[in-house]
Design a protein. Structure first.
Length: 227
């Protein structure tokens, strides 16, 4: 497995857990882990179906999420230990908004999707990062919609991805999705922009509708199994 997805957590956190699914947080925020804990299980089951390979069959018997108070990234797909900013994972009944609930569910799905797209199957080089992030973002909306259809994330896809990336993609500052000459730190940073996170899932969705959703899902299964 790629070294960049290895993580260790040393903390005084508490965990809401059944031994297989866990959500770690500071003790004072334990009550705010309930939604993430329930979503953790339900969303992973949806991704098992979508990707055709059960997560628990890939060499890991746990799916742990951790809410970290001082975390520079929004979230990270470490193998079996997904790390998040606290505000991206914690939800307070009667206080947090529906928008926050949607954000939590979708980001959990995005990072879980990386267990297949990025962790199980890893790109040869950073210049193909759109494959990892594109499929993770695609499932962020499509698989989250399967579990929480009341959020209507299928209807938000085109607005949030396709239409939003048109602004950057219409300028001279845009770039290709595949950038084979990605060698320096600056070039690597450029690989993680709206072209990777927004245009890539929009193109993937376009392929899905052109091929047909059933055949596209079969193609995903074959891709993951062969690689």
């Amino acid at each position: 497995m790629s070294t960049y997805i290895i993580a260790f957590l040393v903390s005084e956190f508490v965990a809401r857990s059944d031994g297989y699914f866990l959500v770690h947080a500071r003790p004072e925020f334990y009550d705010q882990t309930k939604f993430a804990y329930e979503a953790n299980k339900d969303l992973l089951e949806a991704l098992d179906r979508a990707n055709g390979i059960p997560y628990m069959s890939m060499g890991n018997d746990k799916m742990a999420l951790a809410a970290i108070p001082d975390f520079s990234a929004g979230a990270m797909e470490n193998w079996g230990l997904l790390t998040y900013r606290e505000r991206i994972l914690l939800w307070a009944e009667g206080e947090s908004t529906l928008s926050a609930k949607q954000s939590i569910a979708s980001v959990i799905t995005h990072e879980q999707a990386h267990m297949w797209w990025g962790d199980l199957v890893t790109c040869d080089w950073w210049g193909y990062a759109w494959l990892n992030e594109g499929f993770a973002s695609y499932h962020e909306y499509i698989s989250t919609h399967d579990v929480y259809p009341e959020l209507e994330m299928d209807k938000q896809f085109a607005v949030d991805f396709t239409q939003s990336v048109m602004v950057q993609d219409s300028t001279n500052n845009t770039n290709r999705m595949t950038e084979e000459e990605t060698n320096t730190e600056a070039e690597l940073a450029r690989s993680f922009n709206r072209i990777t996170y927004n245009k890539a899932p929009a193109v993937i969705r376009m392929f899905a509708h052109a091929i047909g959703l059933e055949d596209f899902e079969k193609a995903q299964h074959e891709y993951l199994k062969k690689l």
